[in-house]
Design a protein around this ligand. Sequence first.
Ligand SMILES: NC(=O)c1ccc[n+]([C@@H]2O[C@H](COP(=O)([O-])OP(=O)(O)OC[C@H]3O[C@@H](n4cnc5c(N)ncnc54)[C@H](OP(=O)(O)O)[C@@H]3O)[C@@H](O)[C@H]2O)c1
Length: 324
Amino acid sequence: MKTNAIRIHEFGGPEVLRWEEVDLADPAAGQALIRHTAIGLNFIDVYHRSGLYPAELPGGIGSEAAGVVEAIGPGVTEAAIGDRVVYTGQPADAYSERRNRDAATLVKIPDGVSDEVAAAVFLKGLTSWYLLRRSYRVQSGDSILLYAAAGGVGSLASQWAKKLGATVIGVVSTDAKAALARAHGCHHIVMADDDIPKAVRELTGGEGVAAVYDSVGRDTFFASLDSLRPHGTMVTFGNATGPVEPFAPSELAARGSLYVTRPILYHFIDTRENLLSASEELFEFIDGADVDVRIGQSYALEDAAQAHSDLEARKTTGSTILLP
Ligand SMILES: NC(=O)c1ccc[n+]([C@@H]2O[C@H](COP(=O)([O-])OP(=O)(O)OC[C@H]3O[C@@H](n4cnc5c(N)ncnc54)[C@H](OP(=O)(O)O)[C@@H]3O)[C@@H](O)[C@H]2O)c1
């Protein structure tokens, strides 16, 4: 069968994303063939496209999508033809009309959740789940600092953290994003070009926060450490400004015996059991009456390059989906 997909032949800017016709084999043993209905755009796609996270070329791109199972290979028990499913993970081939995928990585989309919402929340919501429930378990009464609070992960994580009883301090770059972040659960806003540690100390009575969730990376690493209370936890989980550079462990001692972790979603959904229980918690969370899943913008799949340009230019808010 033939299908259309975005392919990369060399690493680089958004212009390396090419819309091409490709061959698609019948699903092998353990695989399901999925017709995509909505694809999630994620910052990790930028790292794959630029080569920050290298992969073999030529290749596909995209780590999250929802769709309908059209065929299954021998031995598949996790999905049936006609099921609506969502998935996240590698190999990165989600920017495509159809693809084959290991059926053990598919999760059924609950009735009442649209394919668009599933594609908007799966990777970003599971990330919010492990950040707040595993990397540092937020306790009621904690103050936390969250970067890119009006973004995809940020707008879900801020609502979830508020629900857990935290006081959420969000970092954003514009007034419009500040208004969105407040509407999504942030109690306080610090602007990205402010003196962040000073603002955080003022907001926490001089103490500092219990945890920082930093997706900005290189440019904010030390400002984040300086915002923590003694024994606080730095969760550095993204590289929007580039990867964090090597640092001396004594930097943690000097600031109050801090903890640092650098997690990746896929270590928290490493078994089918863990994937299904995390997904259940996520879908329960978004089912909450007061939870707003913001699909800030959608693009035709063919226009993925424009979506990448807007994401990197900090023009997007909430989640972004690509529609085949
Ligand atoms: N480790 C993991 O498991 C994992 C999983 C998912 C996502 N992530 C990370 O989480 C972050 C958010 O991902 P997302 O897909 O939801 O994206 P997003 O937050 O919707 O978009 C990125 C946001 O980062 C902020 N930013 C700060 N400096 C930037 C810069 N130099 N260039 C571009 N953006 C900058 C911008 O918000 P402001 O303009 O408000 O500053 C921008 O809107 C990314 O860093 C991603 O890599 C990590």
